[in-house]
Design a protein around this ligand. Structure first.
Ligand code: G3H
Ligand code: 13P
Ligand code: ZN
Ligand code: NA
Length: 283
């Protein structure tokens, strides 16, 4: 069934687990996520990035996700990941997304507050949840020093002010994760996470979570992370599945025989994450 992001995250926060938010670009990924969610009885979030919307189009993503959500035996939210454009956010809401992210993290605090409030003003009356970002979650390819990196982490005082002034539903924070695969093992600033948790009452979101070791994810959840974004690990499972077929049978030309095993690899990888997040058995 289709639900709002806030409904899922409130239950996760109350009960000490995290909901997985997985990026979708095509039918196979959507099906793999829903199959994993049903198998583990997990609530789940299907989310579309800027790249995903550009690749497939808002309409295709929205319709695929809505068909999946309506037919699923578990609660499913449809979320815009890293929204930056007000008009695109409006379009996503119009097409049935039940949650949107407004990523104003590149702006100064006051400007980030202002654009987040503008989105909440239109999303809240129609029951769409809003996620914002404070601090900068970079990419693993970003060439910056440790000091520079720490300067991008979320400031707990700013987080308290941001939440108070915007009334946002959930907040993505920067504590050392990065989008994409990691070169070494990511070091997360758990003390900072603890302080932020003490200062704000709303659900906290962790981006860049592919490649973060299981123990770190579990620790982050125990401190108070309620939504975990995963993209890269699912892409890697997809590539593993396709590569296996193509190398084992270079003459294979049937998309179903190439993408079917890839879907299976993604389903397994996603189900494993759901068990780490403790969302299994919550739906
Ligand atoms: O937010 C990061 C996601 O991994 C999206 O990446 O824009 O290439 O789809 P993408
Ligand atoms: P990863 O690709 O590192 O899993 O990050 C995903 C993400 O944060 C999407 O918003
Ligand atoms: Zn992200
Ligand atoms: Na990552």
């Amino acid at each position: 069934m289709l639900v709002t992001g806030r409904e899922l995250l409130d239950d996760a926060q109350k009960n000490g687990y995290a909901v997985g938010a997985f990026n979708v670009n095509n039918m196979e990924i959507v099906q793999a996520i829903i199959e994993a969610a049903e198998e583990t009885k997990s609530p789940v979030i299907l989310q579309a990035s800027q790249g995903g919307l550009k690749y497939a189009g808002v309409e295709y993503i929205a319709e695929l996700a809505k068909i999946a959500a309506r037919n699923a035996s578990v609660p499913v939210a449809i979320h815009l990941d890293h929204g930056t454009d007000f008009n695109q956010i409006m379009k996503c809401i119009r097409y049935g997304f039940t949650s949107v992210m407004i990523d104003g993290s590149k702006y100064a605090l006051e400007d980030n507050i202002a654009i987040t409030k503008k989105v909440i003003e239109v999303a809240s009356p129609v029951g769409v949840s809003v996620e914002a970002e404070l601090g900068k979650i970079g990419g693993t390819e970003d060439d910056i020093t440790v000091d520079e990196r720490e300067a991008t982490f979320t400031d707990p005082d700013e987080a308290a002010k941001f939440v108070e002034e915007t009334g946002v539903d959930s907040l993505a924070i920067a504590i050392g994760t990065a989008h994409g695969p990691y070169k070494g093992e990511p070091k997360l600033d758990f003390d900072r996470l603890k302080t932020i948790r003490e200062r704000i009452a709303i659900p906290i979101v962790l981006h860049g979570s592919s490649g973060v070791p299981e123990e770190s994810l579990k620790k982050a959840i125990s401190i108070g992370v309620s939504k975990i974004n995963i993209d890269t690990d699912v892409r890697m499972a997809f590539a593993k599945g396709v590569t296996k077929v193509i190398t084992g049978n270079p003459n294979e030309y049937d998309p179903r025989k190439i993408l079917g095993p890839a879907k299976e690899e993604m389903r397994k990888a996603i189900a494993e994450k759901m068990i780490i997040f403790g969302s299994n058995g919550r739906a």
